[in-house]
Design a protein around this ligand. Structure first.
Ligand SMILES: [Cu+2]
Length: 205
C-alpha cells in the first residue's frame, strides 16, 4: 500500500490497518446498537423503564471476544517488533545524539555530520542518546522511532532496500524549536557511500 522502504514497513502498516479496521467496526456496531435501543426503549413506548439484571452468557461473551481481539492486536504488533529488537547482526553502526534543537550523526571514523548518509541493502544500527532533554529519533518512511534519553543508550535497526532521501524528525516535544529538528537520511548505493565515506575525515569537520 505504501512504499516498502524496509522489511518491516508492511507489517507495521498491516498492524495499524488491522487495529483501525477493528476500531471502525466497533464504532459502527456500538452506534447501531445505541440507536436501536434509543428507539426501542423510547419513553412513549416504554414509560416505565425496563430493568435488566445480570446475564452470565452475555457477560462471558463480551469479556472473552474483546480479550481475544485485543490479544491478537498485541500479537500482530509484537512478533515483528521482537524480531526487529533482537537483531544481533548488523553491517554498519551510527551514533545519533539529540540536542536542543539538532541531531549529530557520528560515524565509525569519527566524522560527525548533520545529514545522515547510509548505504542501501545493509542492516544499520543506530545508537541513540541525548545530551539535554527527551527527544525521539523518528524515521517516518521506515515506521520506526526510539526515544533519545539523556544518560541512556537506545537503539534501532533498519535495513533500507531503496535508495532515496528520507525525513528524520524529532517525535518528542522538546521545547520551542522542536519543529526545527528535521534532518535528512540519505540512502545511497554501496559504492557511492564508500566513496563519500572515504572522502570524509574527522578533522575536516
Ligand atoms: Cu527534539
Amino acid at each position: 500500500m505504501f512504499e516498502q522502504t524496509s522489511k518491516y514497513v508492511g507489517t507495521v502498516d498491516g498492524a495499524m490497518l488491522y487495529i483501525t479496521a477493528f476500531s471502525v467496526l466497533m464504532l459502527l456496531l456500538i452506534t447501531v446498537a445505541m440507536i436501536y435501543f434509543v428507539i426501542k426503549y423510547r419513553a412513549s413506548k416504554n414509560p416505565i423503564p425496563t430493568q435488566y439484571h445480570g446475564n452470565a452468557v452475555i457477560e462471558v461473551i463480551w469479556i472473552v471476544i474483546p480479550t481475544i481481539i485485543v490479544l491478537s492486536m498485541f500479537y500482530y504488533g509484537y512478533t515483528d517488533f521482537s524480531d526487529l529488537r533482537n537483531t544481533k547482526q548488523f553491517d554498519e553502526e551510527y551514533h545519533v545524539t539529540a540536542k536542543m534543537w539538532d541531531w549529530d550523526f557520528k560515524y565509525d571514523n569519527g566524522v560527525i555530520t548533520d545529514t545522515l548518509y547510509v548505504p542501501v541493502g545493509k542492516t544499520l544500527k543506530f545508537n541513540i542518546t541525548s545530551i539535554d532533554v527527551l527527544h525521539s529519533f523518528y524515521l517516518p518512511a521506515f515506521r520506526i522511532k526510539e526515544d533519545a534519553v539523556p544518560g541512556r543508550n537506545g537503539f534501532i535497526f533498519i535495513t533500507p532496500n531503496k535508495t532515496g532521501v528520507y525525513d528524520i524528525a524529532c517525535a518528542e516535544y522538546c521545547g520551542v524549536n522542536h519543529w526545527d529538528m528535521y534532518k535528512k537520511l540519505i540512502v545511497m548505493e554501496q559504492d557511492e557511500y564508500s566513496k563519500w565515506y572515504n572522502s570524509q575525515s574527522p578533522d575536516k569537520n
